[in-house]
Design a binder for this molecule. Structure first.
Ligand code: CP
Length: 310
């Protein structure tokens, strides 16, 4: 195949071949990063990346920045709080202003669903969705798939449980699309207030009993409770949530021996996952972070040049 995509805004229209192209290039970058002391390439020298983050981030923002720098890009970081948005400039005019500076790519994070589509309407730069509202987080899903694939997961035979605050999670939505395209079975797990039954009808199986599903899955993908997106109180206490849906050492002992423990971060220790499990031998949470730099390098290179090898 040849790469024809300029923007990465959702994963719902990615083919299996496109996902594999990202994973293969991401793996090549990750392998080189692990063995190459300088960790740098010239592929995108002279291109400019604008990190347009209208919502907080550690992993996604820093990894886009590092990905751009490692490929030789100029990287500029937009901060909503210190921008002219605070002088009532509109979102659209802000994007047009950056476009006029001739940036080549924009990584966009926003609390509103669909904001990256609005960006794409107002720029000729490549647009990479770095997470929009509850809608999509495609680069997170691709780095998750790379991590699973590198750990030897056979997608066609794998059963993945995504556990927790499904209703507010853009990560759950993008992971479901990516995993389903790759042929994996997905079960969504959580209390009814976080998991309306129609989610299962559309995309995956649904299970309200975490203890029942634990022995049957190959990946336990834990989610943070997203208080910043909740308009009402969803849980009475962190302790009660942990007792029913938290990944504890006791629960992990009932899982398959090589089960992968994953989490997109940031983690809330003692709420959805015990600290010792997050730091334990089954956890690949920090490996997901490493994959994040590699996958974002792959996407920048693919979307800007179509080149499919490092
Ligand atoms: N996983 C993720 O999106 O983390 P950040 O919010 O820190 O970018």
């Amino acid at each position: 195949m040849s790469w024809a995509r300029k923007n990465v805004i959702d994963l719902d229209d990615f083919s299996k071949e496109e996902i594999m192209a990202v994973l293969e290039l991401g793996k090549a970058f990750k392998d080189s990063m692990n063995s190459h002391p300088a960790k740098s390439w010239d592929t995108l020298r002279g291109y400019a990346l604008a990190n347009m983050f209208f919502e907080n981030s550690t992993r996604t923002r820093m990894s886009f920045q590092l990905a751009g720098l490692r490929l030789g890009m100029h990287v500029i970081n937009f901060s909503a709080d210190s921008s002219s948005l605070r002088k009532n400039e509109s979102f659209e005019d802000t994007i047009k202003t950056l476009d006029a500076m001739k940036v080549d790519a924009m990584a966009v994070r926003h609390s509103e669903n669909g904001a990256p589509y609005k960006v794409a309407e107002n720029t000729s730069a490549a647009v990479l969705n770095a997470g929009d509202g509850t809608h999509a987080h495609p680069t997170q899903a691709l780095l998750d798939l790379l991590t699973m694939w590198e750990k030897g997961l056979d997608f066609e035979k794998a059963h993945v449980a995504i556990v927790g605050d499904i209703v507010h999670s853009r990560v759950a939505r993008s992971d479901m699309h990516g995993l389903r395209t790759m042929g994996a079975r997905v079960t969504l797990v959580g209390p009814p207030q976080f998991l309306p039954p129609e989610f299962g009808d559309k995309w995956a199986g649904v299970c309200y009993d975490f203890d029942e599903i634990i022995p049957h899955v190959d990946v336990l993908y834990m989610l943070r409770i997203q208080k910043e997106r909740q308009e009402k109180t969803y849980i009475s206490s962190a302790a009660e949530y942990m007792s029913m849906y938290g990944l504890t050492e006791g629960r992990l002992a009932r899982a398959k021996r090589g089960v992968l423990v994953m989490h997109p971060g940031p983690i809330n220790r003692g709420v959805e996952i015990e600290g010792s499990v997050a730091d334990g031998p089954n956890s690949v949470i920090l490996d997901q972070v490493t994959s994040g730099v590699a996958v974002r390098m792959a996407l920048l290179q693919l979307c800007l040049t179509g080149k499919m090898a490092p």
